[in-house]
Ligand binder design. Structure first.
Ligand code: PLP
Length: 406
């Protein structure tokens, strides 16, 4: 086994440098998916284990390929993984010009498909990778250029948060067949790289029903080795080095953010005695009718229509207020009355707002952008029973800067 860390998962310099440093004794390498990532990975990996892999994925132009070939001159163990068929022509051409013998991989589009949110890049219609026909054409081209021995790695990526190990084994089994076929066709295969996808249990439910959790741990995930062994043994193919590109599984626990709730905004409360005749004095005929409807439904406890009538009544009163026909004390009493009734029928569910000293956009943009769940726990008052519902609201933005899913 020889893993690589996909730097896209977290490009923070200290994270990448630590992974290279502490991964060195495991010959742990890096994966890049673009030119900037490749530069970053090359500079960090110079301090890593000389055996560590530098896996070059993503769409490639001539510059990307030249850069990846230069990595070889820096004694880095690059693998240029072909994601599009045209890339093979560029690799053959540029490597001959630079007189560098490249190490080439192919990314296969598997038929195995992961249907979750993060699985859209898998399957035959996935964005990346070569179809079976294209893989065969690439093999032919390499053979014609006398470079079939350069083809040494098979790559595939089922998607992130793989929902079950059965799906993974299925994909790996399929890939192992392709691997064996490439061996049979004369490629000097050494590595199976099964991409990322080792899932994280963000919400603690240990279930595969959503993208927030997976029903397996590292131990079960590792059983996938069997799927490769089974195929290779049957085809008498030498066992490959297994490479994985786990991103989340490596870095999602790498940091915690400790922040302070600066103040609490409790739900507005009304303490004034409510004088109904005083309210009614100012109300239009329609608003009065709304009030009677509201009163009737409130008498029938548990009636969901109460919300509807309360809302309608309030709206009507606000309209009157805007027209100037209802006084501010009366409007406040309307709010107070609704609140009092809600409490009385047990339908009030006050939510506290904790103002927190951070910016959701800066510190946890994934929460806002892709609904990523971040486990959030209090770090004090742990001996007290939580009694109130709350949301966290950041200091920077009204509408999006809040956390209300835990
Ligand atoms: C995103 C990605 C990864 C990392 O995926 P995780 O689910 O974070 O493990 C690995 N390989 C490729 C090609 C990717 O696009």
């Amino acid at each position: 086994y020889q893993g690589v860390y996909p730097v896209k998962s977290n490009q923070d310099r200290f994270v990448v440098e630590d992974i290279v440093k502490f991964g060195s004794s495991f010959r742990f390498g890096l994966e890049a998916g673009s030119k900037p990532e490749l530069l970053l990975a090359m500079s960090c990996l110079c301090k890593g284990n000389p055996e560590a892999l530098l896996v070059c994925n993503g769409f490639k132009d001539a510059e990307y390929i030249s850069l990846a070939l230069l990595a070889r001159k820096l004694a880095l163990k690059h693998v240029i993984v072909l994601e599009q068929e045209e890339e093979v022509d560029m690799v053959i051409d540029i490597s001959q010009k630079l007189s560098v013998r490249p190490v080439i991989g192919v990314r296969a589009k598997l038929r195995t498909k992961h249907s979750g949110h993060f699985g859209s890049t898998s399957g035959e219609k996935g964005k990346f990778g070569l179809t079976t026909t294209q893989v065969l054409r690439v093999v032919k081209k390499l053979q014609d250029s006398g470079m079939l021995d350069c083809l040494q790695l098979l790559h595939f990526h089922i998607g992130s948060q793989i929902p079950s190990t059965a799906l993974l084994s299925d994909g790996v089994g399929e890939a192992a067949q392709i691997y064996s076929e490439l061996v049979r066709l004369g490629a000097r295969m050494k590595v199976v790289d099964f991409g990322g996808g080792l899932g994280i249990d963000y919400n603690g439910s240990k279930s595969g029903d959503s993208d927030l959790s997976v029903p397996y741990g590292l131990q079960e995930y590792a059983h996938v080795v069997n799927a490769i062994r089974f195929v290779c043994d049957r085809k008498s193919v030498k066992h490959p080095v297994i490479c994985s590109e786990s991103g989340r599984a490596i870095v999602s626990h790498h940091s915690i953010l400790i922040f302070e709730a600066i103040c609490l905004t409790a739900p507005a409360t009304h303490n004034e005695p409510i004088n109904i005749p005083f309210i009614m004095e100012g109300l239009s005929e329609d608003a009065c009718a709304d009030y009677w409807n509201l009163r009737d439904t409130a008498m029938r406890t548990g009636d969901g229509a109460f919300w509807f009538y309360a809302d309608q009544w309030k709206q009507r009163c606000v309209e009157q207020f805007k027209e100037g026909t209802l006084g501010i004390e009366q409007l406040a009493s309307v709010d107070g009355l609704c609140e009092w009734v809600l409490k009385a029928i047990g339908a009030s569910d006050p939510v506290h707002t904790y103002n927190i000293n951070l910016s959701v956009f800066t510190s946890i943009p994934d929460l806002w952008g892709i609904d990523q769940l971040f486990p959030i726990v209090p770090i004090h008052k742990l001996d007290q029973r939580p009694g109130a519902r709350g949301i966290l609201s950041d200091l920077t933005c009204d509408s999006d800067g809040k956390i209300n899913k835990f």
